[in-house]
Design a binder for this molecule. Structure first.
Ligand code: GDP
Length: 296
């Protein structure tokens, strides 16, 4: 646990040795440090406030067990609360649907949707032994359709063609039809992303959702996005019943505070994290490890 502490926190932990209880006065400095650490990790301010209030509630008046100091006890509470907020032990992709189980990928352009679609295809083929079809509903960028074709081949899955003159909902219907006739277990649907939230895009993905009736609607979000992740997450949550989050680019040098913000705003579990640009760079999300990283 010591590795999950800033130097300042460690010092405060030491200073609190010998005190038997966590009290308003002895945790104030600690909580201020935790707050700073979260803000430095780019967790959004309202999320930080909520989090600190919850930790304080849990901590105040708590007897300190055995050899722990109130500082150490508080750090334990902070770590547990962080991991709990981010949803430790969440399950794999839900495929409990009449085949094909449809998975809808949502998120901003550049978040890593297309890459992650292929990573998931590979995961479902190798770990879940499924027959997987992918399709792109990004009719605005022919290059995105081609990109999905390329990465789908790398994943060993099958790709369903689409063209820029088609409507996304028509592509969706045709892909489901094909998947049914050819006994695919899973259909992964990549979607258009814009650089910022825009109403037309949101309406389009809502329509797609209505047609596809996906068993999973996954929000793909860049861990490097920082504070902006909150607004993106809010907009997608309002538009779609999100069932999970995939946090990409966790191999970057950000402390990944976006994880906490996005998780709290959407209420959806973070299922996987992207750990490289490569097709096998996908891991089941480890909330505890990520909590340590956020604390710095
Ligand atoms: P989309 O616009 O949302 O479909 O995003 P792309 O899948 O095209 O990804 C955008 C960029 O991010 C590409 O250069 C990807 O290689 C890169 N990328 C995606 N996921 C990860 C990841 O987990 N780690 C790293 N380092 N790069 C990633």
């Amino acid at each position: 646990m010591a590795s999950a502490l800033t130097d300042k926190l460690s010092r405060l932990v030491k200073e609190m040795r010998g005190q038997a209880r966590i009290t308003e006065s002895n945790v104030q400095d600690m909580l201020r440090e935790v707050r700073m650490a979260l803000l430095e990790a780019d967790v959004a301010l309202p999320v930080v406030r909520d989090f600190i209030a919850r930790v304080k509630d849990k901590a105040l008046g708590q007897e300190v067990m055995g050899s722990l100091s109130p500082g150490q006890a508080l750090v334990g509470i902070v770590n547990r609360e962080l991991a709990a907020t981010m949803g430790q032990g969440v399950s794999d992709i839900n495929l409990a649907a009449q085949p094909p189980a449809v998975i809808l990928m949502a998120g901003l352009q550049g978040a890593g949707k297309t890459t992650t679609t292929a990573k998931l295809a590979k995961h479902l083929i190798e770990k879940r032994k499924k027959k997987v079809l992918t399709v792109s509903g990004d009719v605005y960028r022919p290059a995105a359709i081609e990109q999905l074709k390329t990465v789908t081949a790398q994943a060993g899955a099958e790709w369903f063609p689409s063209t820029p003159d088609q409507k996304p909902v028509d592509i969706a219907r045709a892909a489901i039809d094909y998947a049914r006739k050819h006994f695919f277990d899973v259909l992964l649907v990549d979607t258009a992303g814009r650089l910022a939230i825009d109403e037309a895009l949101m309406n389009e993905i809502k329509e797609l959702h209505a047609v596809l009736k996906p068993v999973e609607t996954l929000f793909v979000v860049d861990a490097m996005q920082g504070q902006d992740a909150v607004n993106t997450a809010k907009a997608f949550k309002e538009a779609l019943p999100l069932t999970g989050i995939i946090l990409t680019k966790t191999d970057g040098d950000s402390r990944g505070g976006a994880a906490l913000s996005v998780r709290q705003i959407t209420g959806a579990p973070i299922k996987f994290s992207g750990t490289s640009e490569k097709i096998d760079g996908l891991e089941v999300f480890d909330a505890e490890r990520h909590a340590g990283r956020i604390l710095g």
